[in-house]
Ligand binder design. Structure first.
Ligand code: CUA
Length: 371
């Protein structure tokens, strides 16, 4: 870049940076707006967007009026070469009252919808809302369905057209729940429960109205080494499909009677995985520390949105979790309690392959939207 110098280099850096910043787009979303806050899919987002729109229009109008007045003043009172000082002015009551009153009116106009929306969003969820307890972990998410007793991780399944009421908490540090297409952020704070609620309107989605969807979510509060790898999906279903999903989580289909899958199920116990993970239908898998892996084969991403859930990635994750997600508490070589002692268990290549087959085979049979 030596042939560019001074302000040219700075200007091209700014322009190139701005253009490239607009190119960012997660690979797994086909609709092009995974993190758009201006594509409202819920009542909550719609309310926020209305305030946002009011602010935008008023500030644009104010900007053009002020710019026009400034340009006129610069031209009208320019130095035209006439001798002596121009006419001197000391105070103008009408002007001063005007430029005090107009901003007051503008601020009040902005304040009314802002306060109305703040109160609306802080209201209790409507009757009949689906309650889900959301817990922020060390870079992954737990979703507990209070009514049905179902637990899942990193993919929150919800029905459309029914209010969803979230109780947000954290067991370690502060995280923040943010699904841009569904609404604003809410922090997860250790020792207290924050709430938020929204309804996904199946006909309001501007990308594919009436279609079940995946909505990309992120942790929006810096929480340590793998904060950027603390993603999740909100997966919307029709009410009937959602009931099927709940039923399949309560009573998951048995894994296929394939020899490799059977060996994987065995390795899940022998390798110590059962100490940290629940898989409904597998009586040995009762550990609560790690993500619930019931119907794990349905998930499209792995390790809280770190990589796509493919056999290859799953193999890499099981062989060396830290290389996929730095600082994860997932153990490559889990330990197993034998006679009161923790004995490390090293997974063999053969066991890892069998585990991949077993975990990938755990599917609910309910159709899953891919984007
Ligand atoms: Cu959790 Cu950032």
């Amino acid at each position: 870049m030596s042939y560019l110098s001074g302000w040219t280099r700075h200007a091209s850096t700014i322009v190139l940076g701005s253009v490239l910043a607009g190119c960012g787009r997660p690979w797994q979303y086909e609709d092009g707006y995974p993190l758009s806050t201006t594509h409202a899919s819920t009542d909550m987002n719609e309310s926020i967007l209305q305030v946002y729109g009011t602010f935008t229009y008023i500030t644009v109008v104010v900007f053009f009026i002020v710019s026009a007045l400034l340009a006129y003043t610069l031209w009208r009172f320019r130095d035209d070469g006439s001798p002596g000082n121009p006419e001197q002015i000391h105070g103008n009551t009408q002007l001063e009252v005007g430029w005090t009153l107009i901003p007051v009116v503008i601020v009040i106009t902005l304040l009314v919808p802002t306060i109305r929306t703040i109160f609306q969003l802080a209201d209790a969820a409507p009757e009949g809302a689906l309650e889900i307890r959301v817990t922020g972990k060390r870079w992954w998410w737990v979703f507990d369905y209070i009514e049905s007793g179902v637990t899942t991780a990193n993919e929150m399944h919800v029905p459309v057209d029914r209010p969803i009421s979230l109780l947000l908490e954290s067991d370690t540090v502060i995280h923040s729940f943010w699904v841009p297409r569904l609404g604003g952020k809410r922090d997860l704070v250790p020792g207290r429960i924050n709430r938020m609620w929204f309804t996904i309107d199946s006909n309001r989605d501007p990308v594919a109205p009436g279609q079940p969807h995946r909505y990309l979510g992120e942790c929006a509060e810096y929480c340590g080494e793998s904060h950027a790898l603390m993603r999740f999906d909100v997966v919307s279903h029709t009410p009937q499909e959602f009931e099927q999903w709940v039923a399949a989580m309560q009573n998951p289909p048995a894994p296929p009677a394939d020899p490799l899958v059977r060996r994987g199920e065995q390795a899940f116990t022998e390798g110590g995985c059962v100490g940290c993970h629940v898989i409904r239908g597998n009586d040995a898998a009762q550990g609560k520390q790690g993500p619930d892996l019931t119907n794990f084969g349905d998930r499209i991403r792995l390790a809280a949105g770190t990589v796509p859930n493919t056999a290859e990635n799953l193999h890499a994750w099981l062989a060396d979790p830290d290389s996929v997600k730095p600082g994860t508490t997932m153990q490559a070589n889990a330990s197993r309690e034998i006679d009161g002692m923790n004995i490390p268990v090293e997974l063999t290549e053969e066991q890892i392959n069998a585990l991949v087959a077993y975990l990938s085979s755990l599917k609910s049979g309910v159709p899953q939207p891919t984007n």
